[in-house]
Design a protein around this ligand. Structure first.
Ligand SMILES: *[C@@H]1O[C@H](CO)[C@@H](O)[C@H](O)[C@H]1NC(C)=O
Ligand SMILES: *[C@@H]1O[C@H](CO)[C@@H](O)[C@H](O)[C@H]1NC(C)=O
Length: 195
């Protein structure tokens, strides 16, 4: 019932929400929001990207979670070095998120689908490519529309030898939902506004 109400509220007020429904493809490469009058936070990010393993095997799922304050907007992809190619692919996006279809890899990046707050109960599942390269997860994360951090990076993940996966790192876990702090929707975040 509350969810339905929030949904209807967001629909009615959507014109003032900008990209409340996810980052646009113009952010595919540099993952930077583009709206004037708003800069990334200069402070150290309060967010940590946790992975279920530090080595990967082609096709063997790795789970990724975000620890930190509840967030409303996200853009998340696996990268290597300074390349802007999204590596591997994501399995079906968890609730309140969706694929950002960048050219060449339509399941290579994930973004928020709405402004409902998310936390470490939102678990992303990544399928590694068949490549012997070192990768990391890179994210832009917005707490609210004008409060966001860019270039957040996970630890490096290396290709494991076949059959040996030295798993380490964080454990995606349960967390209470407490998400109904929706106030004035126009102040609520949409990660990326047009131009
Ligand atoms: C990946 O490449 C590195 C360096 O080229 C090599 O030492 C390592 O054995 C390779 N790993 C696999 C799984 O092919
Ligand atoms: C998930 O987030 C909550 C609240 O910040 C925290 O207490 C908990 O330790 C986190 N879970 C994991 C597995 O990191």
């Amino acid at each position: 019932m509350e969810l339905l109400f929030v949904f209807l509220l967001l629909q009615v007020l959507s014109p003032c929400l900008g990209y409340a429904t996810g980052a646009p493809t113009s952010t595919c490469n540099d993952m930077l929001p583009r709206h004037s009058g708003s800069q990334p936070q200069p402070t150290a990010t309060p967010y940590t990207i946790l992975t279920s393993a530090r080595t990967f095997q082609a096709g063997q799922p790795i789970t990724v979670t975000i620890n930190g304050p509840e967030y409303t907007g996200i853009l998340l992809a696996a990268r290597s070095g300074t390349s802007t190619d999204d590596l591997g692919s994501w399995k079906s996006p968890p609730v309140n998120t969706k694929f950002l279809k960048c050219s060449g890899n339509t399941q290579g990046a994930i973004t928020h689908a709405n402004t409902i707050p998310k936390n470490n109960a939102t678990v992303f599942t990544w399928i590694p490519p068949n490549n012997n390269i070192t990768v990391y997860f890179k994210a832009t994360i917005a707490q609210q529309r004008t409060v966001y951090w860019v270039n957040i990076q996970s630890e490096m993940l290396t290709k494991g030898s076949d059959g040996i996966d030295l798993a380490s790192g964080g454990h995606p876990g349960m967390a209470s939902e407490g998400f109904l702090q929706l106030l004035a929707p126009c102040l609520l975040l949409s990660l990326m506004l047009p131009r």
